[in-house]
Design a protein around this ligand. Structure first.
Ligand code: GCU
Length: 763
């Protein structure tokens, strides 16, 4: 906080305190606390949301036990997935196991899930002469299972596409059973997880008629390894122990962990695979976008192949981030190029990438392709050699297209030395390439197997940003939305911040995109752009920068698991409500007790807005001390303008905020006309983006009637008070939550409360 009126602040606090105390009291209304069933007190959170504890409601348990009595997965072991690594093995002492078929994974998950939830083993049976036993759960595809073929019509199934599923309660004579059907084994696996989720969240499962399919085709994670990783297993949460780096995958661990490098498979890879499949995530680019060429060497490819083998039954494909100039790296000698051979139209450059991609594909036949960060934050790119992003992306895309691979070309580029506003660069560089008329008369130069991968906002994963003006602008190019799941700017592993509402806000924001005649498109939310429905893109993708590390609970903060869960659910169906997603996650992760569910969900739902309020309220961006992106330091100049809080807040005697209206940098003009007008005018811009677009006079009157400065103080304080309220509220759950996780969250909330108002000590 920069300045303030102390008496006024005190009054605000009293009012706030009273309001929050009332909320807290309401939530704390005592129902008899029930000890968390089936939760050993030292449970670490290692199962993520796939924690199949016994059903706590006695009546429901009886119903479930009646409805679900057997598991039938015909031909579960028939369709083995490809395995490159002959002797693929789990590390000694593992508790997870490798599976070889997708239907086997479905069967095993049912055995585990039903066994845990029903508190008794559920037998795996065969159908026996085409008859189904009452209470069976039948899983498969029309090709794998005669029972499925008979139970669901081809037409109904056709409607859910390659990866969708049907889950139905069926009556045949006296038998009532459940069918989980997909057109592919993967669809059936997704349906299996959906069925288990119903039981984990204690929904009835005796009259089911569910049809579901993903809206977006490629639902991916980007793993930045240890960069912006807050889930390493050492004491500070960063890095790792025993020679591990803290990353989820071990490629080069040393010391005590030297024997735990890939190709050896660790439990956490399989837990991750199961959890990602439960959300429908179907790919992961495993290394940092600031890419190390080591991942393209033969030794690493062999390790990557083993990982791909282990994940394949779960429908998770691998991709790699690459460096544009990898061909010049001496590690590939004698197959190297010189700088002058890096012509993206030349046969040397393309040939090199084809050879490399072929080598990867021979070990990983379903390899997805490459993600490229080029001419961005010091990474090399085509502009270093006189070409533009279109040339560079298409050069690599052409090299890998015959292999069926794609290129995700990131649009995170900026240059504040050229622009009067760092935020304008991507639109200026990529937009014209999308407009170019091609020799065949079509528009847009980017190849069909290129996705432009764009962050949700034009700056850099700030807690709140307006949408990126690229959404809707690139109508002739495949768009991939990139969201951040790892909490770089949203409290890292110290703050309880549920990002589901942020993803929802992004996905449901209206772009007001128009067609070539200036007519508003009918479907034009960001989600419609990303799922292809707005501008008829046939290929679609969404990417989450993941938060997975080697911590016991895989994400560092127990509540960060919710962000991965929410991302996955919204990647599958971006129209979902983030409150419902939170409810599911709480039920699956903590408890089905109503009071616990209501309390935790309420904490989560306000947590993101609280963080925005105490870190970057009213649309101010990037107020962080240099480097760590945790502690606000509005007065900081970080050695270069566009990394510095003062560049973004422009604080002076007149006011605060970056003028991006027509009187300033006019970033507003990059949006479609309706948004352009709305953002460009201080009277119509949403208040939560006020300082993003305007240099706001200190005395500006807010909707609340308060002057701007008072509103700022009020918001900061609201955010801070919310954290206190969360800390106090968590205490009311002491008897409901298993001891270790309760204590760990409690300790984090204490740090959170201390850091929210002050920015804390640098961590
Ligand atoms: C941010 C982040 C970097 C990351 C970059 C990117 O700047 O701090 O760690 O490399 O985004 O998305 O490429």
């Amino acid at each position: 906080m920069i300045r303030g009126s102390v008496p006024r602040l005190r009054r605000t606090l009293v009012v706030l305190g009273t309001a929050l105390a009332t909320v807290a009291a309401t939530l704390a209304v005592a129902t008899t606390p029930v000890a968390a069933a089936g939760s050993p007190d030292d449970y670490s959170g290692s199962d993520l949301w796939l924690r199949y504890v016994p059903v706590s409601d006695a009546k429901l348990l009886r119903d479930y036990r009646r409805t679900v009595t057997a598991i039938v997965v015909e031909n579960a072991d028939a369709d083995r997935v490809h395995r490159h690594t002959a002797d693929l093995t789990m590390a000694p002492g593992s508790t997870e196991k490798l599976v070889e078929t997708t239907l086997g994974a479905a069967r095993d998950e049912l055995v585990r899930g039903l066994g845990g939830m029903l508190g008794q083993p559920t037998p795996v049976t065969t159908a026996g002469a085409g008859t189904v036993r009452d209470g069976s759960v039948v899983v498969g595809t029309p090709a794998s299972s005669p029972l499925v073929r008979r139970a669901v019509s081809a037409r109904d199934l056709a409607a859910v596409g390659d990866e969708g599923y049907l889950v139905r309660s069926v009556s045949r004579g006296r038998a009532r059973f459940t069918v989980i059907a997909g057109n592919s084994d993967l669809g059936a696996l997704y349906g299996t997880f959906a069925f288990l989720r119903l039981m984990q969240t204690q929904k009835p499962v005796d009259h089911l008629r569910i049809a579901d399919s993903p809206k977006i085709k490629h639902r991916l994670l980007n793993n930045w390894e240890t960069e912006r990783l807050y889930a390493g297993n050492n004491a500070s949460g960063l890095g790792g122990l025993n020679g591990e780096s803290g990353a989820i995958f071990n490629f080069a661990a040393t010391g005590a962990s030297a024997g735990r490098n890939l190709p050896v498979i660790l439990d956490r890879y399989i837990v991750m695979a199961r959890a990602l499949a439960s959300l429908g995530i179907n790919g992961i680019t495993i290394n940092n976008v600031n890419a190390d060429n080591a991942y393209l060497t033969s030794a690493r490819i062999a390790q990557e192949a083993a990982l791909a083998d282990a994940l394949r039954p779960y429908g998770i494909r691998l991709g790699l981030s690459i460096r544009y100039t990898a061909p010049t790296d001496s590690r590939f000698a004698p197959d190297t190029l010189t700088n002058s051979q890096l012509d993206p139209y030349g046969t040397e450059f393309r040939g090199w990438w084809t050879r490399r991609a072929q080598q990867v594909q021979s070990a990983i036949p379903d390899f997805m392709g490459f993600t490229v960060k080029a001419n961005s934050e010091g990474q090399p790119g085509p502009q270093d050699f006189g070409y533009d992003h279109g040339d560079g992306a298409n050069g690599i895309a052409a090299a890998v297209a015959p292999l069926g691979m794609t290129v995700h070309w990131r649009t995170f580029v900026y240059n504040a030395e050229v622009d009067n506003d760092r935020l304008k660069r991507a639109y200026l560089e990529f937009g014209p390439i999308d407009d170019e008329v091609q020799p065949d008369g079509t528009r847009g130069r980017f190849a069909d197997n290129v996705f432009l991968q764009t962050k949700n906002g034009p700056l850099d994963f700030q807690a709140r940003e307006p949408i990126h003006p690229m959404f809707g602008r690139m109508e002739n190019t495949n768009q991939a939305l990139e969201l951040q799941v790892t909490q770089e700017y949203t409290g890292q592993n110290w703050m309880l911040t549920y990002l589901g509402p942020m993803y929802e806000e992004v996905l449901k924001t209206d772009t007001y995109a128009t067609d070539e005649n200036g007519k508003l498109l009918r479907e034009r939310l960001v989600g419609n752009i990303v799922d292809g429905s707005a501008q008829h893109h046939p290929d679609t993708a969404i990417v989450g920068v993941a938060n997975l590390g080697n911590a016991d609970n895989l994400t560092g903060h127990h509540f960060s698991q919710a962000n991965l869960f929410a991302f996955g659910r919204q990647a599958w169906n971006w129209t979902l409500d983030s409150t419902d997603i939170a409810t599911d996650w709480v039920r699956m992760t903590w408890s089905n007790d109503r009071r616990v569910v209501d309390t935790i969900r309420t904490m989560m739902m306000g947590s993101w807005e609280a963080l925005v309020s105490y870190q970057t309220p009213l649309g101010i961006g990037h107020q962080f001390a240099e480097g760590a992106h945790y502690r606000p330091d509005p007065a900081d100049w970080a050695g270069r303008d566009d990394w510095s809080p003062v560049y973004y807040n422009k604080a002076d005697s007149a006011g605060l905020g970056f003028d991006r209206s027509p009187t300033g940098s006019n970033l507003a003009a990059q949006y479609f006309p309706r948004l352009q007008r709305r953002y460009g005018d201080i009277d119509s811009v949403p208040e939560n983006l006020l300082m993003w677009f305007h240099h706001v006079p200190w005395g500006h009157r807010m909707d609340s009637g308060r002057p701007f400065w008072d509103e700022l103080v009020y918001r900061y304080q609201m955010g801070v008070q919310y954290v206190t309220w969360m800390r106090e509220t968590w205490e009311t759950l002491r008897t409901d939550i298993d001891a270790r996780r309760f204590g760990e969250v409690r300790a984090k909330l204490a740090v959170h409360e201390a850091d929210a108002p002050t920015g804390g000590t640098p961590r």
